[in-house]
Ligand binder design. Structure first.
Ligand code: FMN
Length: 211
């Protein structure tokens, strides 16, 4: 079992990464492989709605988005982390996720997210953590991904990893999140072994609010 943890901060070893490290260490202790994926320090643009992914099954801009999707295919669970910027999740992570989720499962390519558990994590100096948490979590609930919770809000406080190190409650929350993720993965594996099938998918329709 493997969990991919996305660091959506421009700081490779910053506060967001420190939170993800705490989860990764907990997952490893629970027997689950963990890999942190950094989206880098270059700005990641958002989706330009060109719809090229509908034909190619991948984003037209061949960058970290396509790189991550290739890795995500082999992962069983995900954690997406971002710093809070202006009381929302950092725009690079949101651009990354817009393009990643929009281009996912198209042109005959497998859906790399459906029915895989996911969690959102944010890092703030002071305010905006729950708004950012909401920004990220909504990608999961529109994608049939079980959302993993913790014992309190999934955020840490700090302007740098050294400050986050002092956020004992934040790191405690991250460790519980790691244990909860490991538990869910083991439940899913046990269910699969017992013959529990994935829910049937009904063909839908897009009404675009036209009556
Ligand atoms: C452009 C920008 C906007 C920010 N806005 C906020 C904010 O609204 N609220 C807050 O608490 N911190 C804000 N911060 C501080 C970061 O959220 C904080 O330093 C975070 O922990 C950095 O995480 P990182 O080291 O992983 O990048 C902002 C930082 C930047 C660069």
């Amino acid at each position: 079992m493997k969990v991919m943890l996305v660091n959506g901060s421009p700081h490779k070893m910053g506060s967001t990464n420190r939170a993800l490290e705490e989860i990764a260490q907990t997952l490893e202790a629970e027997g689950v492989e963990a890999e942190i994926f950094w989206i880098g320090a270059k700005p990641v643009g958002g989706c330009v709605a060109c719809k090229a992914c509908a034909r190619a099954g991948r984003c037209a801009f061949d960058d970290v988005v396509n790189e991550f999707r290739a890795k995500a295919a082999d992962a069983d669970g995900f954690v997406f982390g971002a710093p809070v910027h202006y009381a929302h999740a950092g725009a690079s992570l949101l651009g990354f996720m817009d393009r990643l989720f929009y281009s996912n499962g198209r042109a005959g390519e497998p859906d790399v997210f459906r029915f895989k558990p996911a969690a959102a994590v944010t890092s703030a100096r002071r305010s905006g953590a729950t708004e950012a948490f909401s920004d990220i979590s909504k990608f999961f609930t529109i994608s049939q991904m079980p959302v993993i919770s913790s014992r309190y809000w999934n955020n840490v406080h700090g302007n740098a990893a050294t400050e986050t190190e002092q956020d004992a409650e934040g790191l405690w929350t991250m460790r519980q999140l790691g244990r909860n993720m490991a538990w869910m993965l083991k439940c899913i594996e046990a269910g699969r072994a017992a013959g529990i099938e994935l829910p049937a998918q009904e063909d839908g329709t897009s009404t675009n609010f036209i009556r």
